[in-house]
Design a binder for this molecule. Structure first.
Ligand SMILES: [Zn+2]
Length: 167
Protein backbone atom coordinates (compact mmCIF):
# COMPACT_ATOMS: atom_id res chain seq x y z
CA UNK A 1 0.00 0.00 0.00
CA UNK A 2 1.22 3.52 -0.64
CA UNK A 3 3.37 5.05 2.09
CA UNK A 4 1.17 8.15 2.30
CA UNK A 5 -1.91 6.04 3.10
CA UNK A 6 -0.07 4.42 5.99
CA UNK A 7 1.05 7.79 7.34
CA UNK A 8 -2.46 9.24 7.02
CA UNK A 9 -3.93 6.24 8.83
CA UNK A 10 -1.41 6.46 11.67
CA UNK A 11 -2.36 10.13 12.07
CA UNK A 12 -6.07 9.26 12.00
CA UNK A 13 -5.54 6.68 14.73
CA UNK A 14 -3.53 9.08 16.91
CA UNK A 15 -6.18 11.79 16.56
CA UNK A 16 -8.80 9.25 17.64
CA UNK A 17 -6.75 8.47 20.74
CA UNK A 18 -5.46 5.09 19.52
CA UNK A 19 -1.80 3.96 19.38
CA UNK A 20 -1.38 4.62 15.66
CA UNK A 21 0.86 1.64 14.95
CA UNK A 22 0.91 -2.14 14.64
CA UNK A 23 -1.90 -4.33 13.33
CA UNK A 24 -4.56 -1.66 13.81
CA UNK A 25 -2.67 0.81 11.61
CA UNK A 26 -2.04 -1.82 8.93
CA UNK A 27 -5.69 -2.86 9.05
CA UNK A 28 -6.95 0.70 8.72
CA UNK A 29 -4.62 1.32 5.76
CA UNK A 30 -5.88 -1.91 4.17
CA UNK A 31 -9.48 -0.80 4.61
CA UNK A 32 -8.82 2.72 3.32
CA UNK A 33 -7.47 1.28 0.05
CA UNK A 34 -10.06 -1.52 -0.30
CA UNK A 35 -12.12 -1.47 -3.51
CA UNK A 36 -15.27 -2.38 -1.54
CA UNK A 37 -16.42 0.00 1.20
CA UNK A 38 -18.88 -2.29 3.03
CA UNK A 39 -17.18 -5.28 4.58
CA UNK A 40 -18.07 -8.21 6.81
CA UNK A 41 -15.50 -9.66 9.21
CA UNK A 42 -14.97 -12.73 7.00
CA UNK A 43 -14.04 -10.49 4.05
CA UNK A 44 -11.61 -8.50 6.20
CA UNK A 45 -10.06 -11.76 7.44
CA UNK A 46 -9.41 -12.82 3.82
CA UNK A 47 -7.98 -9.40 2.91
CA UNK A 48 -5.72 -9.38 5.98
CA UNK A 49 -4.42 -12.84 5.11
CA UNK A 50 -3.54 -11.67 1.61
CA UNK A 51 -1.24 -8.95 2.94
CA UNK A 52 0.23 -11.22 5.62
CA UNK A 53 -1.33 -9.49 8.61
CA UNK A 54 -0.77 -11.95 11.45
CA UNK A 55 -3.98 -11.41 13.40
CA UNK A 56 -6.59 -14.03 14.25
CA UNK A 57 -10.21 -13.54 13.09
CA UNK A 58 -11.17 -12.74 16.70
CA UNK A 59 -8.41 -10.10 16.92
CA UNK A 60 -9.46 -8.61 13.58
CA UNK A 61 -13.11 -8.46 14.69
CA UNK A 62 -11.95 -6.69 17.85
CA UNK A 63 -9.88 -4.18 15.83
CA UNK A 64 -12.89 -3.49 13.59
CA UNK A 65 -15.10 -2.84 16.62
CA UNK A 66 -12.46 -0.54 18.13
CA UNK A 67 -12.05 1.40 14.88
CA UNK A 68 -15.84 1.77 14.62
CA UNK A 69 -16.14 2.78 18.28
CA UNK A 70 -13.59 5.55 17.64
CA UNK A 71 -15.41 6.83 14.56
CA UNK A 72 -12.84 5.63 12.03
CA UNK A 73 -15.26 3.15 10.46
CA UNK A 74 -19.00 3.17 10.06
CA UNK A 75 -21.23 0.33 11.17
CA UNK A 76 -24.39 -0.54 9.26
CA UNK A 77 -27.41 -1.21 11.46
CA UNK A 78 -29.30 -4.49 11.51
CA UNK A 79 -28.44 -7.87 10.07
CA UNK A 80 -27.16 -10.98 11.80
CA UNK A 81 -23.55 -10.26 10.91
CA UNK A 82 -22.00 -6.82 11.39
CA UNK A 83 -21.11 -4.86 8.27
CA UNK A 84 -18.41 -2.22 8.62
CA UNK A 85 -18.24 0.82 6.36
CA UNK A 86 -14.86 2.26 5.39
CA UNK A 87 -16.60 5.63 4.97
CA UNK A 88 -17.24 6.77 8.55
CA UNK A 89 -19.16 9.95 7.74
CA UNK A 90 -22.98 9.73 7.79
CA UNK A 91 -24.39 8.75 4.40
CA UNK A 92 -27.37 6.78 3.08
CA UNK A 93 -27.49 3.27 1.70
CA UNK A 94 -29.59 1.22 -0.65
CA UNK A 95 -29.45 -2.39 0.53
CA UNK A 96 -30.55 -5.17 -1.79
CA UNK A 97 -31.12 -8.57 -0.18
CA UNK A 98 -31.26 -10.63 -3.39
CA UNK A 99 -28.71 -10.51 -4.83
CA UNK A 100 -26.92 -9.13 -1.76
CA UNK A 101 -25.54 -5.69 -2.52
CA UNK A 102 -25.04 -2.45 -0.58
CA UNK A 103 -24.88 0.81 -2.53
CA UNK A 104 -23.84 4.16 -1.07
CA UNK A 105 -26.27 6.97 -1.79
CA UNK A 106 -24.03 10.00 -1.69
CA UNK A 107 -26.70 12.26 -3.15
CA UNK A 108 -28.63 15.41 -2.34
CA UNK A 109 -31.72 15.31 -0.12
CA UNK A 110 -33.88 15.87 -3.18
CA UNK A 111 -32.35 12.93 -5.04
CA UNK A 112 -32.60 10.75 -1.95
CA UNK A 113 -36.32 11.49 -1.66
CA UNK A 114 -36.77 10.85 -5.37
CA UNK A 115 -35.06 7.44 -5.04
CA UNK A 116 -37.28 6.63 -2.05
CA UNK A 117 -40.44 7.68 -3.91
CA UNK A 118 -39.41 5.58 -6.91
CA UNK A 119 -38.65 2.50 -4.78
CA UNK A 120 -41.96 2.83 -2.89
CA UNK A 121 -43.85 3.20 -6.14
CA UNK A 122 -42.16 0.18 -7.74
CA UNK A 123 -42.10 -2.22 -4.79
CA UNK A 124 -44.37 -0.87 -2.02
CA UNK A 125 -44.56 -4.23 -0.22
CA UNK A 126 -40.80 -4.87 -0.30
CA UNK A 127 -39.24 -1.58 0.80
CA UNK A 128 -38.02 -1.13 4.35
CA UNK A 129 -36.75 2.29 5.48
CA UNK A 130 -34.56 2.81 8.53
CA UNK A 131 -33.71 6.37 9.53
CA UNK A 132 -30.78 6.49 11.93
CA UNK A 133 -29.88 9.63 13.86
CA UNK A 134 -26.31 9.17 14.98
CA UNK A 135 -25.63 9.63 18.68
CA UNK A 136 -22.41 11.60 18.20
CA UNK A 137 -24.23 14.48 16.55
CA UNK A 138 -26.79 15.04 19.30
CA UNK A 139 -24.35 14.63 22.17
CA UNK A 140 -22.04 17.38 20.94
CA UNK A 141 -23.61 20.19 22.98
CA UNK A 142 -22.64 18.63 26.29
CA UNK A 143 -19.35 17.18 25.11
CA UNK A 144 -16.26 18.89 26.44
CA UNK A 145 -13.79 16.02 26.16
CA UNK A 146 -10.31 16.57 24.74
CA UNK A 147 -11.19 14.62 21.59
CA UNK A 148 -14.25 16.71 20.96
CA UNK A 149 -12.85 19.21 18.49
CA UNK A 150 -11.09 16.92 16.10
CA UNK A 151 -12.41 13.38 16.03
CA UNK A 152 -14.74 11.99 13.40
CA UNK A 153 -16.85 10.34 16.11
CA UNK A 154 -17.78 13.62 17.70
CA UNK A 155 -17.71 15.44 14.40
CA UNK A 156 -17.97 18.83 16.06
CA UNK A 157 -15.86 20.71 13.55
CA UNK A 158 -16.85 18.88 10.41
CA UNK A 159 -20.58 18.91 11.07
CA UNK A 160 -20.83 22.13 13.02
CA UNK A 161 -22.74 24.09 10.45
CA UNK A 162 -25.05 21.50 8.98
CA UNK A 163 -25.83 19.32 11.99
CA UNK A 164 -25.83 21.40 15.18
CA UNK A 165 -28.73 23.63 14.29
CA UNK A 166 -30.70 20.97 12.49
CA UNK A 167 -31.26 18.65 15.44
ZN1 LIG B 1 -21.60 3.21 3.03
Amino acid sequence: MPHTVGAACREELRRAGLPGQGAQARLLALLRTAPESHLRVAQVVRMAKEIGLASTPVELAGHLETLADHGLLGRLPGGAEPVFDTVPEPHSHLIYEDPAQIVDLDVSSETLLAILRHALAERPDRVEVIIRLRAGRTAVKGCTGPRCADTPRCGRERNQNRQHDAI
